[in-house]
Ligand binder design. Structure first.
Ligand SMILES: Cc1cc2nc3c(=O)[nH]c(=O)nc-3n(C[C@H](O)[C@H](O)[C@H](O)COP(=O)(O)O)c2cc1C
Length: 170
């Protein structure tokens, strides 16, 4: 599968099989995240891989959805803002860096037949408490990871190109 195929095939999966994720596949998706670009190559990220049912149950306090808790793996993508590049005007880029890394992971998961779902509607304080995340670390997003138990077609429902692309000026 090439990158464009994976982009078209990736969908938000909200139903997972119980089958676990092979360690080799887990390593591959994490390696895809590791190889992501980041501003001035600061790599201001850490990833927590949650597989322990008790820890997943603790995470419920941050995002209480059965399909999320029951996925075999949950990846929690974190940023360390003080390690990240910041523009001269103070604009911070740690969310961008971590998002790129997580999307690398998500697209690689698609290639390997695994489902994911970007999650941002969580309670960050609850997630930090559940996973013992230090004060100065931010949780950017999470995704369940596992074999899909629902069929979804190719990506649909996007705005047409001619409504979002501007040549030479807005
Ligand atoms: C940054 C971000 C945050 C999201 N947060 C959630 C979420 O908290 N819960 C959820 O069920 N889906 C979440 N989604 C999934 C979107 O709803 C989904 O990507 C969008 O509707 C398009 O559907 P598709 O992913 O199947 O193409 C999020 C997606 C992104 C990119």
């Amino acid at each position: 599968m090439n990158v464009f195929d994976a982009i078209r095939k990736r969908r938000s999966i909200r139903k997972y099989k119980e089958t676990g994720v092979e360690q080799e596949k887990l390593n591959t998706v994490l390696e895809a995240a590791r190889l992501a670009p980041s501003a001035t190559n600061k790599q201001p990220w850490d990833f927590i891989v949650v597989t322990d049912p008790q820890v997943k149950e603790r995470l419920r306090s941050s995002y209480d959805e059965e399909w999320f808790i029951e996925a075999p793996v949950i990846i929690v993508a974190c940023a360390v803002p003080e390690k990240a590049w910041r523009r001269m005007d103070g604009e911070e880029y740690w969310k961008v860096d971590v998002a790129i890394a997580l999307q690398n992971l998500v697209l690689t998961a698609t290639e390997l037949g695994l489902g994911t779902c970007w999650i941002a509607a969580f309670n960050e304080e609850a997630a930090k408490k559940a996973l013992r995340i230090p004060e100065d670390v931010r949780v950017v997003a999470m995704t369940p990871l596992g074999y899909p138990d629902e069929e979804k077609g190719l990506v649909t429902g996007r705005k047409p190109l001619n409504s979002i692309v501007h040549y030479n000026q807005w």
